[in-house]
Design a binder for this molecule. Structure first.
Ligand code: URA
Length: 210
């Protein structure tokens, strides 16, 4: 449907997402599920990483063995909800470099306002994975990717948990080169720019705030 969108329809991802959508799910369980699901999404988002080989000695014989090529990945958390996805991805890719983009949503205009930006060096030589659980209007994700491109990033993917068509469209318009990987494409946004059916405010649900 959207060529810039990959939906991870693995049964474990879909099952965990349903548990997370349930408004009765506690903060602790929500956080644990987010960690688990982020590892499964990371598997998909890194599927096409470039490989090379290196010479090693197994206990049995020498071998030319596959290994990741190039510089360490850069994981960029779009604050604050991105941090929930970041933890699981870092568990899977512990050597990744990490950056943070702080954007908050103006509650009236729904436009992003930047308050923090710190990213690893040499972004132009790294696979950059931006993480943000909810792709709603797409304004924050698109603005974050503008900033990353200004810092030199060329090979960028956006990993999210739930996407709305509006956000996917905006990403396609502004950043057609950036593949969006998500567990679900939901129906629409409501008047408050929340994803429907969605899972509510991802930051509040993972941090227990209101
Ligand atoms: N941010 C959220 O946390 N949830 C939404 O539904 C939309 C934006």
């Amino acid at each position: 449907m959207y060529e810039n969108l990959t939906i991870v329809d693995h049964p474990l991802v879909q099952h965990k997402l349903t548990l997370m959508r349930n408004g009765q799910t506690s903060t602790a369980v929500f956080r644990q599920l987010l960690r688990e699901i982020s590892m499964l999404l990371a598997y998909e988002v890194t599927r096409d990483l470039k490989m090379t080989t290196k010479e090693i000695e197994t206990p049995v014989c020498p071998m030319s063995a596959p290994t990741l090529a190039g510089k360490k990945l850069a994981l960029i958390s779009i604050l604050r909800a991105g941090n929930g996805l970041l933890d699981g991805v870092l568990e899977l890719i512990p050597s990744a470099r990490v950056g943070f983009v702080g954007l908050y949503r103006d509650e009236e205009t729904h436009r992003p306002i930047q308050y923090y930006y710190k990213v690893p060096s040499e972004l132009q030589e790294r696979r950059v994975i931006a993480v943000d659980p909810m792709l709603a209007t797409g304004y924050s994700a698109s603005a974050a990717i503008d900033l990353l491109k200004n810092s030199g990033a060329k090979d960028i993917k956006l990993m999210c948990l739930v996407a709305a068509p509006e956000g996917v469209e905006l990403m396609r318009k502004n950043h057609p080169d950036v593949q969006v990987v998500t567990a679900s494409l939901d129906e629409c946004l409501n008047d408050d720019a929340y994803i429907v059916p969605g899972l509510g405010d991802a930051g509040d649900r993972m941090f227990g705030t209101k």
